[in-house]
Design a protein around this ligand. Structure first.
Ligand SMILES: Cc1cc2nc3c(=O)[nH]c(=O)nc-3n(C[C@H](O)[C@H](O)[C@H](O)COP(=O)(O)OP(=O)(O)OC[C@H]3O[C@@H](n4cnc5c(N)ncnc54)[C@H](O)[C@@H]3O)c2cc1C
Length: 492
């Protein structure tokens, strides 16, 4: 019978995409009970993100998943490596862009225990889903949110379970991780603003054995333009799995309605050879930037694509969304445990929305293929000269001031800097000292603060690299004291 079953839970996560699944892992880390519902029966088969930033890997390291992600990433590329760009009339005749070297794009990488890790989103999502299941996370695939009402103390939702039965779930808070077309955001009447799209694509995920054709010339992106077709190949495993992003003009064309045979024909024209092509899935997208006007409506929080969408260039969107989830999880945990007032939750929007705005603009500027691969020309100078580096965008943002810093040096509002340390006989990162509570990290001669968790440089840990000291890492004198939030940011 409809609405018969009623469950109560501190947090309901709506959406089991990469951001929703990350939110589940972060809430589990903070021991916050949650239910997660995902409309689809399984994780999405559509390959999208392939680059996970060092900061994202740090967040996954904090929930003990860094090694697992790195392990699956090592097996994701069946030949060659990830990276590089090519351009031409067809994939077969394309030529390499000499400057398109991913290591150069990330040359300014900030010290981190992690690295940019290339792995298709489809594989990463499965790792996250499995980890949640192993840890006892209540994740329900095939369940859909139908409607919700907000009350003073809770949100009452009606959901449809995987057997088609309507149920009710009452939650203290709801995380709307329901993607770019978020029905929750629309129901709340939250508008978005941003930058209009300058390109429209159909993402065609297909299988074709191109092992021989790309042997010794693998790439991350290959831009194609000929008289029949223009678009972009993105490599998914460098042998059999690919996506082709077909460029189209929405004013005159509707390729989302075209039969697969027509798409196959165009993919072959882009490859430049009559190879067997099997389409797995296709879906339209465009290069618009949209950021929600508000990230919070009382007890409901928008995270990930529900809060912001941006072009994939630079690989910012999923990474930004995972960091949203990380920022929100510890705050919700503290408020639910009575350790902080609910006003702490307002800082989720004030901290994360400026990051999405900045990343969205930078992603949009990278729509120009040359600019994306560090090639400046007269044509793209307007875009190129406004680009900022990846480390600044993904690692060096400063909450509070809502700007970025040149170098992480324990400035208030920034991510505490990484250095390798020896702690309890083990080689660890300074970031590994941080747990689920506030942590004090203090200089060698500082007066010990009256806090539960305190680490003194030189006593509780020592720096492995002799060139690194408390002063060089933090810019503070020996009696300096720092308080670090559970998400690794220096209290400001
Ligand atoms: C071609 C392409 C390439 C990309 N490359 C990159 C990249 O390199 N790096 C990067 O960082 N990002 C990239 N992105 C962006 C990235 O894929 C998205 O930012 C990411 O998938 C967003 O995750 P999400 O969990 O917020 O939303 P989604 O992945 O959209 O997940 C939302 C989920 O919510 C579910 N849902 C919706 N409504 C309901 C409901 N009522 N009840 C239950 N469940 C519901 C949906 O079924 C869906 O599974 C790319 C995107 C595209 C299109």
């Amino acid at each position: 019978m409809a609405n018969k079953v009623l469950e109560e839970i501190p947090v309901l996560i709506v959406g089991g995409g990469i951001v929703g699944l990350s939110a589940g892992l972060f809430l589990h880390h903070h021991e916050v009970p949650f239910i997660q519902i995902e409309r689809n029966p399984d994780v999405s088969p559509l390959p999208r993100a392939r680059g996970f930033s060092a900061r994202t890997l740090e967040l996954l390291r904090s929930v003990e998943l860094q090694e697992r992600i790195e392990a699956v990433a090592r097996t994701a590329w069946k030949q060659g490596k990830f990276g590089g760009a090519r351009r031409g009339a067809s994939l077969l005749t394309s030529e390499s862009l000499p400057l398109a070297d991913i290591t150069k794009l990330h040359a300014l990488a900030d010290p981190s225990p992690c690295e940019l890790t290339a792995c298709p989103q489809t594989i990463v999502e499965r790792v996250l889903r499995n980890a949640l299941a192993e840890r006892g996370g209540d994740v329900r695939f095939g369940w859909e949110l139908l409607r919700f009402e907000q009350h003073d103390e809770r949100v009452t939702t009606t959901v449809r379970d995987s057997a088609g039965m309507e149920r009710r779930i009452q939650a203290s808070y709801v995380f709307a991780a329901d993607g770019g077309r978020s029905e929750i955001r629309r129901s709340l009447g939250i508008d978005r603003y941003g930058i209009e799209p300058n390109c429209h694509y159909i993402n065609i995920f297909f299988e074709a054995d191109l092992t021989e054709q790309v042997a010794g010339r693998t790439f991350s992106q290959c831009e194609i333009s000929n008289e029949h077709v223009s678009g972009l190949f993105l490599a998914m495993n460098n042998t059999t799995q690919w996506s082709f992003h077909l460029t189209y003009d929405p004013a005159s064309d509707h390729p989302e309605k075209w039969p697969d045979e027509r798409l196959v024909h165009l993919v072959k024209a882009a490859i430049g050879a009559d190879v067997a092509v099997k389409i797995h899935a296709s879906s339209p997208w465009n290069t618009r930037v949209r950021v929600a006007d508000r990230y919070r409506e009382e007890r409901i929080f928008l995270i990930g694509d529900a809060a912001h969408v941006m072009p994939p260039w630079g690989g910012f969107n999923a990474n930004t969304g995972i960091a949203d989830a990380h920022n929100l999880a510890w705050k919700i945990a503290r408020v639910l445990k009575g350790e902080d007032s609910s006003s702490l939750l307002d800082t989720y929007e004030t901290e994360r929305r400026p990051v999405a705005n900045r990343n969205g603009e930078q992603a949009w500027l990278r729509t120009d293929f040359n600019a994306r691969f560090q090639i400046r020309s007269d044509d793209n100078a307007d875009f190129f000269d406004r680009l900022t580096d990846y480390g600044e965008l993904q690692m060096r943002y400063r909450y509070g001031a809502n700007d970025t810093v040149d170098m992480l040096c324990a400035q208030p509002g920034t991510r505490f800097p990484h250095a390798w340390i020896e702690h309890k006989g083990q080689r660890r990162s300074t970031l590994d000292l941080l747990g689920t509570s506030f942590t004090s990290i203090i200089g060698p001669t500082a007066v010990r603060p009256d806090e539960d968790i305190v680490f003194r440089a030189g006593t509780d840990f020592r720096f492995v690299d002799e060139a690194v000291s408390w002063n060089s890492l933090t810019g503070l004198p020996d009696d300096g004291v720092l308080s670090i939030r559970p998400d690794g940011f220096v209290v400001f």
